[in-house]
Design a protein around this ligand. Sequence first.
Ligand SMILES: Cc1cc2nc3c(=O)[nH]c(=O)nc-3n(C[C@H](O)[C@H](O)[C@H](O)COP(=O)(O)OP(=O)(O)OC[C@H]3O[C@@H](n4cnc5c(N)ncnc54)[C@H](O)[C@@H]3O)c2cc1C
Length: 325
Amino acid sequence: MAEREPGAARPTDARDRGRDARDFTPPIRDGVAVSFEFFPPKTDKMAASLWACVERLAPLDPQFFSVTYGAGGATRERTHDTVVRIGNETRREVAAHLTCVTATREEVDRVARRYWRTGIRHVVALRGDPPQGEARYRPHPGGYAYAAELVAGLKRVADFEISVACYPEVHPEATSAAADLDNLKRKIDAGASRAISQFFFEPRTFLGFVDRARAAGIGVPIVPGILPVTNFRRVTEFAALCGATVPDWLARQFEGLDNDPETRKLVAATIAAEQCRVLRANGVDRFHFYTLNRADLSYAICHLLGVRPRAAPVATDAGLDEAAS
Ligand SMILES: Cc1cc2nc3c(=O)[nH]c(=O)nc-3n(C[C@H](O)[C@H](O)[C@H](O)COP(=O)(O)OP(=O)(O)OC[C@H]3O[C@@H](n4cnc5c(N)ncnc54)[C@H](O)[C@@H]3O)c2cc1C
């Protein structure tokens, strides 16, 4: 798609490396683009909370929303319905995640054609993880084996905008960091126009990865995936599976908060906001939020990044009185 990419993490950012966020208050908007990822809801209650989340985040004018695809295609219909509904109700771009797992090429192509017919033009193309109960990923016979093949297949179906995954700390199954970058390059060469990163906690991890990707000839925007941590234990388990490092300082910040969700939330917002502000101070100008279908943290972090509602609500006298009291 010919949309202007604000040049997330430009190569010249290297000159600014080492800036921290203390002296940096991002101006309002200033070219920052954000996107928000959701998972398809399973129950009516979860659907209601997703819609509240979408309504809260839509005024921030995200570049796109995206909706994940459950392991093994388990959420095929729910992903489809959620993507289409968000698109219809917000009139904003929505990206459908799609994986290779447990599906033939024909099945995947059929899902893609259906998206194209309903006006969905953006796909996040992924290999996917093994279905529950299977330790290792095995390509489906007759399926797309890896994401690079899926990207090429989707491009044959239609001229989708395609985003792919990348791994600042290297995908756990990659034979080396260089092989993982080669794989990312194959995905870009096959037609992807954006890479969204796995979550990470140290800004320098992401900035160093971008430098290595640029040196390897990868020129597309590389967007940091931001995971505001609210459930520290779960994130630790998930990080172990996907090869993300949980630094000791992060564990210390959550010590003693297991039964204190309110404080955990404030701590989580502070940590993720600081992470984003350091990235922003170092030239990163787009951010993908793993919202986990909750708006509050992503909204607060966007506010601190200068990403505010396009049409800010007008303060009423009553509102001002309330604020002053
Ligand atoms: C932004 C983002 C969104 C995600 N959304 C989803 C989602 O909606 N649903 C879901 O199930 N999962 C999702 N995931 C997780 C993703 O499916 C897993 O991380 C998966 O293990 C790898 O997917 P990939 O697309 O990066 O795979 P690939 O790019 O195919 O790479 C997977 C591994 O295989 C290696 N490899 C690639 N090609 C070959 C080859 N030809 N021969 C041998 N090895 C090869 C790579 O180096 C890498 O180690 C997401 C991840 C991210 C970062």
